[in-house]
Ligand binder design. Structure first.
Ligand SMILES: *[C@@H]1O[C@H](CO)[C@@H](O)[C@H](O)[C@H]1NC(C)=O
Length: 296
């Protein structure tokens, strides 16, 4: 739309426009849907000293390798808790007794075939009549008897892949090293919000009727959105979810009985299955043969 301006004013305005466009542009306000300004650099992951993130899957795998253990873990059964006493100071340390039962390497996962390196480990024994034929074939192809529990432990590279069929004993871990223990927590069933999320509940009196332990309002009213937001904490199933307890010290190891004693508590009831692997937030154990192979 052209303004109807007297000739002189028109000249003046075009002169002003020329002056303005010649000046260094500091800030240009833009209106409309498409901005005339060039896109700002991202606020994230820019600046000196920050690594440049690559979006390729190879780069992602390289990054992942920094947080993967060098060697496999083992499957154990939680036997219960006890305590050990320091002979000198008399200090009591609560500990958990874990036991290994016929832990053997079932197969490998490799970067070439599956996209990642992992050791598939099995433990215990299961009656063949209670197994699918495909699983039976998987075990017998590798010369193993049927295993009750099978889990994968991710490792950094090929040097962490143990030979298939090799049995792992309790001396896989050294006394004094640290492990992460992964297991399912005790199931609590369908729990209310006070137990599940620590809500305060409502008043005992002051007119509250039959809703003393309920959550109250679950969101804003009409005008405030009038819907329940995703992730709203509500009553529901509690427990029986995987939990990792990090940095447990190995206090005792007995290869004869397969017993591994770790300091502190491990999630789950007695008899539950626990996966233990070298702690990712501590230095890797020194004397492990796989670590030697990796450095050689
Ligand atoms: C198969 O599994 C069921 C359920 O766990 C068990 O009761 C049964 O004894 C098993 N059968 C054999 C032959 O072990």
């Amino acid at each position: 739309m052209s303004l109807r301006l007297p000739g002189k004013l028109l000249q003046l305005s075009s002169f002003l426009w020329a002056v303005q466009s010649a000046l260094p542009r500091t800030h240009v306000r833009s209106f409309g849907i498409k901005s005339l300004n060039e896109a700002k650099p991202s606020r994230f992951n820019v600046g000196p000293g920050l690594p440049v993130l690559e979006s390729t899957s190879t780069a992602a795998l390289r990054r992942k390798a920094n947080s993967l253990p060098l060697r496999s873990g083992v499957i154990a059964t939680k036997k219960g808790m006890t305590a050990v006493f320091d002979a000198d100071t008399g200090k009591r340390t609560p500990c958990t007794v874990l036991q290994l039962d016929r832990v053997e390497v079932v197969s490998h996962k490799t970067r070439q075939k599956h996209g990642y390196f992992a050791v598939q480990v099995g433990s215990g024994w299961k009656h063949p009549s209670n197994m699918t034929k495909s699983l039976l074939g998987h075990f017998s192809a590798n010369g193993l008897s049927p295993k009750r529990h099978v889990f994968e432990f991710r490792v950094k590279d090929e040097s962490g892949l143990l030979p298939v069929g090799e049995s792992i004993r309790a001396n896989w871990f050294q006394e004094g090293q640290y492990v992460d223990a992964r297991s399912n927590t005790k199931g609590k069933g369908f729990a209310g919000v006070m137990k599940r999320h620590g809500f305060h509940g409502q008043d005992r009196s002051h007119g509250v009727s039959l809703t003393h332990r309920s959550l109250g309002s679950s969101g804003p009213g009409q005008g405030g959105g009038s819907r329940v937001y995703p992730g709203k904490k509500m009553a529901g199933n509690m427990g029986n979810t995987q939990n990792t307890v990090q940095n447990l010290k190995i206090l005792k190891v007995d290869s004869e009985t397969g017993v591994v004693v770790v300091s502190g508590a491990v999630s789950g009831p007695k008899g539950c299955t626990v996966r233990i692997q070298d702690a990712i937030k501590k230095p890797w154990p020194e004397v492990a043969p796989v670590v030697e192979a990796a450095t050689a």
